[in-house]
Design a protein around this ligand. Structure first.
Ligand code: ADP
Ligand code: MG
Length: 622
């Protein structure tokens, strides 16, 4: 096979275009990315060689070698890791396989400045080499293969690939530096970059300069070092490497367990949401090592799914090196480690919640929705999780915990009131909340789909049942009436009962019931679900996902104090009123549906009725 020219995937071309014209000030991070890849590749071969020693070809001193060549103006980053075959070179270096990078590309705006700042946030891995290179050459032979390949590109839409029989095992990246990037040929510059970004790498990073070889990093895995010897910067750089992330860690948890089980854990909570957070697979990305040997980062079972946002490593002294992924699922040591890590992590979150509530808000906004999955699926840690859970509410700007909520319940209030919906802005304006506001009763605002599951699963907190504010059976009259209504002795409008009867007759099957309600203050009407029925928002959610064919009927609640209702009630019994009232019944029902965000079954009829009422209003005024 001879040389073949191929095009980059369109997204990669776009990305490379930005990278090449990058004014990004920290171009030096390209070296961190290449070293990080080299280290990953060595980790993977070390693991593969456990079961197939021949793969290592007798060379198990894994390392990364940096060779600057001033006359050729190249910087070479070579590893003796697992390498790539032809298909892998094409796939890994020609398409966007990683979800983080895919998300990056989808956010590109075409505006150079904005896109540049994104590079800092996301990182572009291998492609960052094109920030300093006019050409990048990758020579690679996959462990176990007899022949290698040469991949070359100037980062302008195409790359070539051809056989390279004599390639060394692993990957050698030759960065042909642009004329104005010669600084990366200076040994002192390279030393500084490595000590800033790559000191934590567990393998030797060797600088080969002027025929001399020198290891320029500490070359011991970061987590094996004493906490007191590790700087915050080093933790951060390790997090970038291990998490393939580019934000700063929000929390760093480094601990050594000794006793029956011996292991070290170094876990990070990101400060930004990872892109795969809501992947249906809910995979944890924490890496499992056994006595410093990387085993896997897939299906490790080291943390429950609701802690999948954690990044980092767990290094066990006790597990067998040849543990398979299948064995991980049921291994009793893994189960114990998982229990301990879960407990410890939740305890640390609790400390943050108490000691740094402002910072905790950021954490909660990022990961609260994920953590709440645990309320539903992890009975063992339910209490701890409930203590960590926070809410937005109708009564305050910040977040509120369940304990705070319960402590401030009104006299006569027996339930924890909640309302669910898609967005805070929308549910905050729900008419169903008016009566609660008027009485100063706090309602918890819930906008995460998981809320529809854990709330019913738990049912109550400290003997106070959760109750939806948009459901029948809410008895607000038991709770102190609002100040301005204390002395009011409201006689229901004399004809209210008749009005309700006319409405019921007019609406027939379209509603389950029509009732007077103390839930409203400003609005004339609202819809609620019957006490035993499903929550309205949840029902809509299920319908959207085609999990439900028919919706249950709503109850139309009307506000007896509202001017419109009073006026309508007053017309009961007048000549010709009944037709007009049934028209109003439909208009009010449709209005309530619109506010609720529900589809009008007959929008044309709504428009016709509205026009006729408006027209009559105009002619009455004329
Ligand atoms: P990431 O490291 O986050 O996956 P990169 O863009 O840095 O993304 O690398 C893309 C892929 O190319 C890697 O996932 C890996 O499969 C492959 N790769 C890159 N460098 C090497 C290397 N030195 N040896 C083997 N494979 C590599
Ligand atoms: Mg990488």
């Amino acid at each position: 096979m001879t040389q073949e020219t191929r095009s980059f995937q369109a997204e990669v071309s776009r990305l490379l275009d930005i990278v090449a014209h990058s004014l990004y000030s920290q171009k030096e991070i390209f070296l961190r990315e290449l070293i990080s890849n080299a280290s990953d590749a060595c980790d993977r071969l070390r693991y593969a060689a456990l079961t197939e020693p021949a793969l290592a070809e007798g060379d198990t001193s894994y390392r990364v070698v940096l060779t600057p060549d001033k006359s050729a103006r190249t910087l070479t980053v070579a590893d003796n890791g697992i390498g790539m075959n032809r298909e892998e070179l094409i796939e890994n270096l020609g398409t966007i396989a990683r979800s983080g990078t895919a998300a990056f590309v989808s956010q590109l705006s075409g505006d150079a400045r904005k896109d540049m700042s994104l590079i800092g946030q996301f990182g572009v891995g291998f492609y960052s080499a094109f920030m300093v290179a006019e050409r990048v050459e990758v020579k690679s032979r996959k462990a176990g293969d007899s022949e290698g390949w040469r991949w070359v590109s100037d980062g302008k839409g195409e790359f070539t690939i051809e056989p390279l029989p004599e390639a060394a095992r692993g990957a050698t990246i030759v960065v042909h530096l642009r004329d104005d990037e010669k600084e990366y040929l200076e040994a002192s510059r390279l030393r500084r970059i490595v000590s800033t970004y790559s000191d934590h790498i567990g393998l030797p990073i060797v600088l080969r300069d002027d025929g001399k070889e020198e290891t320029i990093n500490t070359a011991s895995a970061l987590w094996t070092r004493q906490k007191s010897e590790i700087t915050e910067e080093q933790y951060k750089e390790f997090y970038h490497h291990v998490g393939h992330s580019f934000d700063d860690p929000w929390l760093t948890l480094h601990a050594r367990a000794e006793g029956v089980l011996e292991y070290t854990s170094l876990l990070f909570v990101p400060s930004a949401k990872p892109f795969d957070l809501f992947d249906p697979e809910r995979k944890s990305r924490v890496k499992l090592y056994v006595r410093r040997v990387f085993i896997t980062d897939e299906g490790t079972n080291l943390l429950p799914a609701y802690l999948r946002f954690l990044r980092g490593v767990v290094d066990s002294e006790d597990l067998p090196l040849n543990i398979s992924r299948e064995m991980l699922q049921s291994n009793p040591m893994v189960v114990r480690i998982r229990q301990q890590l879960t407990k410890r992590t939740l305890t640390e979150f609790g400390k943050k919640a108490n000691e740094a509530p402002e910072e905790y808000i950021k954490f909660w906004d990022n990961f609260g929705a994920v953590l709440k999955e645990g309320l539903y699926e992890d009975r063992e840690h339910r209490e701890e999780l409930l203590a960590l859970t926070r809410f937005r509410s109708t009564a305050r700007d910040g977040l509120v915990s369940l304990d705070e909520y319960v402590a401030e319940m009104k006299p006569g209030q027996e339930a924890i009131y909640t309302i669910t919906g898609d967005s805070l802005d929308v549910i905050k304006r729900s008419p169903q909340l008016e009566g609660f506001r008027a009485r100063g009763v706090e309602v918890l605002l819930m906008t995460d789909p998981i809320d529809e599951f854990w709330v019913p699963a738990i049912g109550s907190y400290k003997d106070k049942p959760f109750k939806s504010a948009t459901r029948g059976g809410v008895d607000l009259d038991k709770i102190t009436p609002p100040e301005d209504r204390k002395d009011e002795k409201l006689e229901p409008p004399a004809k209210l009962a008749s009005l309700i009867a006319i409405f019921k007759l007019a609406l027939g099957d379209a509603v389950k019931d029509v009732r007077s309600s103390d839930r409203l203050t400003d609005s004339a009407v609202c819809l609620v679900a019957d006490e035993g029925d499903m929550d309205m928002h949840f029902e809509r959610l299920l319908k959207q996902h085609r999990q439900l064919d028919t919706m249950s009927k709503r109850i139309l609640e009307i506000n007896p104090r509202h001017k419109l209702i009073e006026r309508l009630a007053a017309t009961v019994g007048e000549a010709g009123a009944s037709d007009q009232l049934s028209e109003f019944a439909w208009l009010l029902l449709d209005q309530a549906r619109i506010i609720e965000g529900e589809q009008l079954p007959d929008a044309a009829a709504f428009a016709r009725r509205l026009s006729s009422v408006l027209e009559r209003g105009l002619s009455a005024g004329a």
